[in-house]
Design a protein around this ligand. Structure first.
Ligand code: ADE
Ligand code: ZN
Length: 331
C-alpha cells in the first residue's frame, strides 16, 4: 500500500509555506541573517515541537518565520518544499503564505512574493508541478490590517489566485472578516477560510453563508452538526483536512479517532494535506500513510481521496479529468 500511496498522483490544497521551515533550514537562515534563535540546537527545536493546542503551535511558528528576511530565503524555503513534494508525486499545489507575519517585521511584500513565485515557476519548468498562491489574513489581527494587506497585494493580482483566513480561530469568528472577503471577491480573488479546526461548527456555516468561501480548511468539527454534514455532502464544498496536524494540535487524541474516513464514506469531498509539515512530522504522503495505518484505508479510499484532491482544486475541468484518468489507470 505504501508503494500505491507514493506513486498515486495527488494535489495539495492546504499548505502554509512558512510551515515547511525545517529546523535545519531555520538554523541555516538564522546564521546567514544574524538572527538569535531561542534554541541551541536542531534537537532542542525538535523537542520544543510538543503542542497542547493551536495557539501553542502558532506562538512557536511565528517565531520561526522571523529567520526569513531576503527574497532568497523565501525562494529557498519554497524550493525545499517543491523538492519534497516532487518525491511524493504531488502534481499540483495551492500554497498559503502569511504576508502579515513578514510585513509586520518590516519585510517588503514584494520580497516575500517574488521569492515564492520564483521557486514555483522553476517547479513548473523542472518538474511540471503546477501551483497557485493563496494569501492568508491572520485572524488574530484586525480587519483593517487585512484590508491594508489586500491593497498591498493588488499589484500582484496576477500571481495570487485567492485569499484565505488562518491563525487563531476561537474568538475570531468569520464575520470579523466579512468586509475584506467581499472586497477580495470584488477584486476577482476566490476565498477560502480555516474553520472548524478547534472552533465550533457554526464557524463553518458562517464561512459558507456569510463569507461565501469556495473551500473550508480543516472543517473536521462539522461532525457535530447533522444538518451541516448533509449540506456539505450535497454542495460538495470541499474540506481540506490535515490529519497529522490534527493529531499534533490535539484536535483528535489518536489517529484512530480521526473522522476523515467517516466523512469520506458519507460522501463529503474531503482531501488529505500536510498544513505545516516541518512542525507536524510529515509531508503529504506521510499523512496518507498514518491514516492507512490507523484507519485501514483501502486502495479505493486512497484513490477517492486523491481524486478529491484534484476535484477540490482550482484546476480546469480538463486538467482534473486528466488526473482522474491517471489515477484510474494505476494498478
Ligand atoms: N497557520 C498555520 N497553520 C495553521 C493552522 N493549522 N490553523 C490556523 N492557522 C494556521
Ligand atoms: Zn492551516
Amino acid at each position: 500500500m505504501i508503494h500505491y500511496i507514493n506513486k498515486i498522483p495527488k494535489a495539495e490544497l492546504h499548505l502554509h509555506i512558512e510551515g515547511t521551515l525545517e529546523p535545519e533550514t531555520m538554523f541555516r537562515l538564522a546564521k546567514r541573517n544574524n538572527i538569535d534563535l531561542p534554541y541551541l540546537s536542531v534537537d532542542e527545536v525538535k523537542r520544543a515541537y510538543e503542542f497542547d493546542n493551536l495557539q501553542s503551535f502558532l506562538d512557536i511558528y511565528y517565531k520561526g518565520a522571523q529567520v526569513l528576511i531576503n527574497e532568497i530565503d523565501f525562494y529557498e524555503l519554497t524550493w525545499e518544499y517543491i523538492e519534497k513534494i516532487h518525491r511524493d508525486n504531488v502534481k499540483h499545489t495551492e500554497i498559503f503564505f502569511d504576508p502579515q507575519s513578514h510585513t509586520n517585521r518590516g519585510i517588503a511584500f514584494e520580497t516575500v512574493i517574488n521569492g515564492i513565485k520564483k521557486a514555483l515557476t522553476e517547479a513548473k519548468d523542472k518538474y511540471g508541478i503546477s501551483s497557485l498562491i493563496i494569501m492568508c489574513f491572520l485572524k488574530h489581527l484586525s480587519e483593517e490590517e487585512a484590508i491594508e494587506t489586500l491593497k498591498q497585494a493588488l499589484p500582484y493580482k496576477k500571481w495570487i489566485y485567492g485569499v484565505g483566513l488562518d491563525s487563531s480561530e476561537i474568538g475570531n469568528p468569520p464575520e470579523k472578516f466579512k468586509r475584506v472577503c467581499d472586497m477580495a471577491m470584488d477584486n476577482g480573488f476566490i476565498t477560502v477560510a480555516h474553520a472548524g479546526e478547534e472552533g465550533p461548527s457554526q464557524y463553518i456555516w458562517d464561512s459558507i453563508k456569510l463569507l461565501h468561501i469556495s473551500r473550508i480548511d480543516h472543517g473536521v468539527r462539522c461532525s457535530d452538526d447533522e444538518v451541516l454534514l448533509e449540506y456539505l455532502k450535497r454542495s460538495r464544498i470541499p474540506l481540506t483536512v490535515c490529519p497529522l496536524s490534527n493529531l499534533k494540535l490535539r484536535v483528535f487524541d489518536k489517529m484512530k479517532d480521526h473522522n476523515i474516513l467517516e466523512l469520506l464514506h458519507m460522501g463529503l469531498c474531503v482531501t488529505v494535506n500536510s498544513d505545516d509539515p516541518a512542525y507536524f512530522g510529515g509531508y503529504i504522503n506521510q499523512n496518507f500513510i498514518e491514516l492507512w495505518k490507523s484507519l485501514d484505508l483501502t486502495k479505493k479510499d486512497i484513490s477517492q481521496l486523491a481524486k478529491n484532491s484534484f476535484s477540490a482544486s482550482f484546476l480546469s475541468l480538463d486538467e482534473k479529468q486528466k488526473y482522474y484518468n491517471e489515477i484510474d489507470s494505476l494498478e
